[in-house]
Design a protein around this ligand. Structure first.
Ligand code: ADP
Ligand code: MG
Length: 626
């Protein structure tokens, strides 16, 4: 979301939701501002704020956004989410997407065409703003990913040239690894950009996100990272927070009880206060807010208990709307919710406003709703039975499906939630279909970990003997290679002997790369295959790979003398065609699989411009290859 930009309109969006000034955190603010000053003078850096849920990370980020915006920076914001199906690169898509949408065309034209062209596939807004950009040739995933990473870096660097750029990425513990890799890449390549990235994550959840662990390590190695851990607020700070929330002073008893039970966590403190006021356990008396009705009821043991007490104050249909919304995601669209609930949109909206008044959800600028804190959503989610969740996922998926134009290719934005909801629904087939499509799209985008995630879901949804499983393996292995995780393949695959299967698959792929003359790719593949065979001590496989490796060394020299750019391997296959041999016979003779032969032949037909085996035979005769 754009928090601030050059326009006054965007700047005025920067009001803290509760309009409470930030309390405490002066040291943390000073430290971040020092980094910001370094950025202004031309040094890119990342600040990561870590802390427990509810401790005030988002609040600190908002304060920085507000101050940076006031000092004339461009402030862009993107978040990650655990709940809904999240497309790869979501934080970047949000931050840059909103910038592109809200920028005058002249600002975008300051970027060079190659950059815009590389970004156009991820940001359809660019085409809307600038008209059709020249299309680039489709390239293998690694190249496409590199181009996208470079273009994003250049785009951000240009953006920071006129005024410092602050990117705010909240909830990085949920961020996809594609975004985190992109972040590391941009920081590595744009060290002189006037770019401050400020992110937040839950320190208790970092280990569940290997991508984040990797990025944190890499950024610290590059000395570009400052980490700030925020802890509980002090007693007087919690009291100040309460007085701002309530609009008046708190009695000493109430203040110390609040501090003791919130343990200095501002979110817990706010929820306790709301609950006490709703239940009249805290009442205003002679200008003071003081404790009222019996305390034991007012002090549930956990934050879930506090929240449940608050939900109980809402009318039943409002709370049910919220439960369904919790299945949709952290941010939810009113028309989607109303359609899923088969209810009139105005009535749902009216009912939701009760939850807005109770500070459980808030309305966003674009009219959608967001839970004030993810804890609230998690608590509501837990109240829905597993079977109802499935039914709701099915319904949400179907409504989302009816919202999209199926005649046009679906974007990654549309595919990810469809895949997520159907994968959790009763409709296994649609779960398979959309997860497969989301995986393919992620692979095209160079988002390897997300592609693996989707393919893994497909494999989980498929019956073990379903043929589609083996059809998926080549793409899964491509994603694994892209993620440089071939060695971890065995944990990802679920079929009978996935380890061996993957090794053979890589070997085939290496053969095919070798056949096309891509020797360095083939060498990489062979090395990974070798590792796979060597680990469980599979002598035969190891021998097969070792036999192929030396050929790679000879291959480049041989290429030049062969017709139509055919490789040595392709010529070997071509020579067998005039002998009337079938694919199976060729495969048998050369000790490779039939599929590899088919792949080679496709390339041979393309390179020689031949349409069938008869013209290929003539070609072979003409070039003395028969
Ligand atoms: N320093 C602070 N001053 C005022 N309010 C705060 C402060 N820290 C947190 N809050 C409030 O507490 C609630 C939870 O904070 P939030 O920033 O959402 O936590 P987190 O992002 O760490 O989960 C929010 O309503 C926020 O406004
Ligand atoms: Mg937060």
């Amino acid at each position: 979301m754009v928090i601030g930009e050059m326009t006054q309109m965007a700047r005025s969006a920067l009001i803290m939701p509760s309009a409470i000034p930030i309390i405490g955190r002066q040291q943390e603010l000073a430290s971040i501002i020092r980094r910001y000053e370094a950025v202004r003078s031309g040094l890119a850096c990342v600040v990561l704020v870590s802390g427990e849920p509810g401790m005030g990370k988002t609040c600190l980020l908002d304060e920085i956004a507000r101050r940076a915006c006031q000092s004339g920076a461009t402030v862009l914001r993107g978040g990650s989410s655990q709940a809904e199906g999240m497309p790869p690169f979501l934080p970047f898509l949000e931050a840059l997407g909103q910038y592109i949408q809200s920028s005058p065309t002249e600002c975008l034209q300051m970027q060079d065409t190659a950059t815009l062209q590389a970004l156009a596939s991820q940001f359809p807004e660019l085409t809307i703003q600038l008209g059709n950009l020249p299309t680039s040739h489709p390239s293998p995933p690694e190249q496409a990913r590199f181009r996208l990473y470079e273009a994003t870096g250049t785009f951000l660097q240009r953006l920071g040239a006129s005024r410092p750029l602050v990117l705010i990425f909240d909830d990085l513990h949920w961020a996809d690894s594609a975004s985190l890799d992109l972040l590391s890449h941009v920081m590595r390549r744009q060290q002189g950009a006037r770019l401050l990235v400020i992110g937040a994550y839950r320190n208790s959840e970092i280990n569940q996100n290997p991508g984040l662990v990797r990025s944190v390590a890499e950024l610290s190695r590059q000395r570009m990272l400052t980490t700030i851990t925020i802890g509980p607020l002090s007693g007087p700070e919690i009291e100040a927070l309460a007085e701002h929330t309530l609009g008046g002073p708190l009695s000493p008893d109430a203040s110390s009880l609040l501090y003791a039970h919130s343990e200095g966590n501002p979110f817990f403190a706010e929820e306790l206060l709301q609950s006490w006021v709703e239940r009249k356990s805290l009442v205003q008396n002679q200008g003071y807010w003081a404790l009222g009705t019996p305390l034991d009821q007012a002090l549930p043991p956990s934050i879930h208990g506090i929240l449940r007490q608050r939900f109980a104050q809402l009318p039943p249909d409002c709370i049910d709307h919220l439960r369904v919304a919790a299945i949709i995601g952290h941010n939810f669209d009113l028309s989607l919710l109303a359609t899923v609930k088969e209810n009139d949109i105005e009535r749902v909206e009216e009912s939701l406003f009760e939850a807005v008044h109770a500070y459980l959800v808030r309305v966003e600028q674009n009219g959608s709703f967001t839970f004030s804190h993810d804890y609230i959503r998690v608590c509501l989610y837990a109240e829905v039975s597993i079977s109802r969740r499935r039914t709701l996922h099915t319904k949400i998926g179907s409504v989302l499906e009816s919202f999209v134009d199926q005649d046009r290719p679906l974007s990654t934005y549309q595919l990810a939630p469809l895949a997520f909801h159907f994968a959790h629904s009763h409709d296994r087939e649609r779960g398979i279909e959309y997860s497969e499509r989301a995986g393919a799209q992620a692979l095209l985008d160079g988002a390897a970990a997300e592609a693996i995630h989707h393919y893994r879901i497909v494999l989980n949804l498929l019956d073990l003997n379903d043929q589609r499983g083996s059809g998926l393996l080549p793409r899964l292995s491509q994603a694994l290679l892209l993620a440089s995780q071939a060695e971890k393949a065995e944990t990802i695959m679920t079929s009978e002997d996935p380890y061996l299967q993957l090794a053979h698959l890589l070997l085939e792929q290496a053969d095919s790369e070798m056949g096309q003359g891509n020797t360095s790719q083939a060498a990489d593949l062979l090395k990974q295959t070798l590792a796979l065979f060597e680990a469980p001590d599979m002598a035969f496989g190891t021998q097969q790979v070792r036999g192929r490796l030396p050929r790679l060394v000879q291959e480049p020299e041989l290429l030049a003398s062969l017709p139509s750019g055919l490789t040595q391997r392709q010529v070997m296959i071509l020579k067998l065609v005039p002998q009337g041999k079938s694919n199976r016979q060729i495969a048998h003779e050369l000790g490779i699989t039939e599929k590899t032969v088919t792949n080679h032949l496709t390339h041979i037909f393309n390179k020689t411009n031949c349409e069938n085996r008869a013209t290929l035979t003539a070609f072979a005769l003409r070039h003395g290859l028969a």
